[in-house]
Design a protein around this ligand. Structure first.
Ligand code: RP5
Length: 169
């Protein structure tokens, strides 16, 4: 998975603190693939590879990345420390941890001091899905085709509710 370029000209970088985060973070990548958004995915650990994290954050904008999705669990420093070293938007995904079910991850990521924002999602798979959708939404502010694709996605969700109600009848 390391430094795996999934498509050309990546616009989103999906980074995670460990390969054990992939099961969660794959849900963000599924959304990016569904919307045909080019992305890269990479394991970068805030505490095991701090120099790599700094190099990645400092160079991301020059490489054409527009949004960073960062997932981590436990004492989850990766999203905040990445945000500290780039002015790109960073979306943090709290990965469900073994010890505290992700509450530790959530609080580590969400409570950024004013000045360095991290847009934090819910814990776990839903959070990763929403991180992908939020990245698409950010990109859609200057891409009308993506904006239309998001409208279509919302309509699909609406249709699913209507279908489930029809089954109740
Ligand atoms: C964090 O520690 C990672 O983001 C992961 O969620 C957690 C556990 O990592 P492993 O011990 O599974 O590598 O850095």
């Amino acid at each position: 998975m390391a430094d795996n370029i999934s498509h050309n000209a990546p616009q989103v970088a999906v980074i995670m603190g460990s390969s054990s985060d992939w099961e969660t973070m794959s849900h963000a990548c599924e959304i990016l693939e569904r919307f045909n958004v080019p992305y890269i995915k990479q394991v970068i650990s805030a505490h095991r590879t701090p120099e790599l994290m700094a190099e990645f954050a400092h160079s991301a904008r020059d490489k054409g990345i527009k949004v960073i999705i960062a997932g981590a669990g436990g004492a989850a420093h990766l999203p905040g420390m990445t945000a500290a070293q780039t002015t790109l938007p960073v979306i943090g995904v709290p990965v469900k941890s073994r010890a505290l079910s992700g509450v530790d991850s959530l609080l580590s990521i969400v409570q950024m001091p004013g000045g360095i924002p991290v847009a934090t999602t819910a814990i776990g798979n839903s959070g990763a899905t929403n991180a992908g959708l939020l990245a698409v939404s950010i990109l859609s502010t200057f891409d009308s085709a993506l904006a239309q694709a998001l409208e279509d996605y919302r309509n699909e969700l609406k249709d699913m509710v209507e279908e489930s109600n029809a089954k109740l009848d």
